[in-house]
Write a protein that binds this ligand. Structure first.
Ligand SMILES: NC(=O)c1ccc[n+]([C@@H]2O[C@H](COP(=O)([O-])OP(=O)(O)OC[C@H]3O[C@@H](n4cnc5c(N)ncnc54)[C@H](OP(=O)(O)O)[C@@H]3O)[C@@H](O)[C@H]2O)c1
Length: 300
């Protein structure tokens, strides 16, 4: 297969990045993976035409020299929780890095930039996470000049082998017998398969009709959080009753869990869940949860 071009990938060592890199290589692209930690990318070294560069910072100058020769750049960098709770780390990772990424594209003459954001991301959103993702989107829309064509992807929660959503609930369900108290149980999601998210990005790289546009990505079905957690329990064959907590207890659980190791739930997550994570437009992602989730949750 002819090599189509060299694509820089940031945040490629993670859940979505690993699937994306495999699909990019299958589609004939070469990849330059930029990471903070080369050891986290060991599982990707088997991919032909993938090289890895470790960087110590994500400033525009560092990225410019790391990314030279790339014809496109895909930015997947993101966090769901920050160490503090004032939004500073979200801003640094989502907004400041996006600014550096756009500057690096201009300096290194990379004309194509694809960014993974999130559904409901908005500068006036209810949580630090959603506001910082929204501000990063606004930065791209406002400051990408004629030499850089961006595309933004806004997925609902993403599922697939190695996800941190259903797998996290599977682990919690394992350790809590009987009744499982669930915060924000009525929040609604349209879970989207990681393979579909990666495919949407891959087919957009060289598709001019996607230039300077944003796309919401949702799976084919909508579920409440309670339905998703009960479904996870059923697949794992845990006999659990999922009990939705009222709002004030959900908020209390978020306040307490915020201080637990690994922050399993936070006030910022609670605020994000005030909005349903469902698409307002038609999405090309059709793989159902039922087709995939049993293949990996069953192993928990
Ligand atoms: N998973 C979901 O359900 C979901 C839903 C909506 C949107 N998203 C968005 O999709 C993107 C990918 O998500 P994911 O689930 O694949 O996340 P992930 O597995 O946690 O991977 C995120 C990547 O971000 C990089 N990263 C994290 N902190 C960083 C920091 N301080 N500085 C530089 N890089 C950092 C890491 O790359 P290195 O360690 O290699 O440097 C990591 O591989 C994120 O932007 C996320 O917000 C995810």
């Amino acid at each position: 297969m002819a090599i189509k071009g060299l694509i820089g990938v940031l945040g490629g060592s993670g859940f979505v990045g690993s699937e994306l890199c495999a699909q990019l290589v299958d589609a004939g692209y070469s990849i330059k993976l930029i990471t903070r930690n080369i050891d986290k990318c060991r599982h990707l070294k088997v991919l032909p035409s993938l090289s890895i560069i470790q960087v110590n910072d994500f400033h525009a100058n560092t990225l410019t020299s790391a990314l030279k020769d790339c014809h496109a750049l895909i930015n997947l960098i993101g966090i769901l929780n920050e160490k503090g709770s004032d939004g500073k780390e979200f801003h640094q990772i989502h907004v400041d890095i996006t600014r550096a990424v756009l500057n690096a594209c201009e300096n290194a003459k990379i004309s194509r930039l694809l960014q993974l954001s999130a559904l409901n991301a908005h500068a006036d959103g209810p949580s630090h996470y959603l506001r910082s993702k929204g501000k990063a989107e606004n930065y791209l829309k406002t400051f990408s000049g004629p030499q850089v064509n961006y595309t933004i992807f806004k997925p609902s929660v993403i599922f697939g082998k190695g996800d941190s959503f259903l797998n996290r609930f599977a682990n919690l369900l394992k350790t809590i017998p009987g009744v499982f108290p669930l915060a924000c149980a009525n929040a609604r999601f349209a879970p989207v398969y990681v393979g579909d998210v990666a495919k949407s990005i891959v087919v957009s790289v060289d598709d001019k009709t996607t230039y300077n546009k944003s796309y919401e990505l949702c799976g084919p079905n909508i579920y409440s959080l309670k339905e998703l957690v009960q479904y996870t329990a059923n697949i794992c064959r845990y006999k659990r009753i999922v009990l939705g907590l009222p709002m004030f207890l959900s908020r209390l659980q978020a306040t307490i869990f915020e201080y637990m190791p690994g922050k399993p739930f936070s006030k910022d997550n609670f605020n994000s869940l005030k909005l349903d994570s469902i698409c307002s437009q038609c999405s090309p992602c059709t793989t159902s949860l039922q087709a995939i989730a049993p293949t990996y949750l069953d192993k928990n």
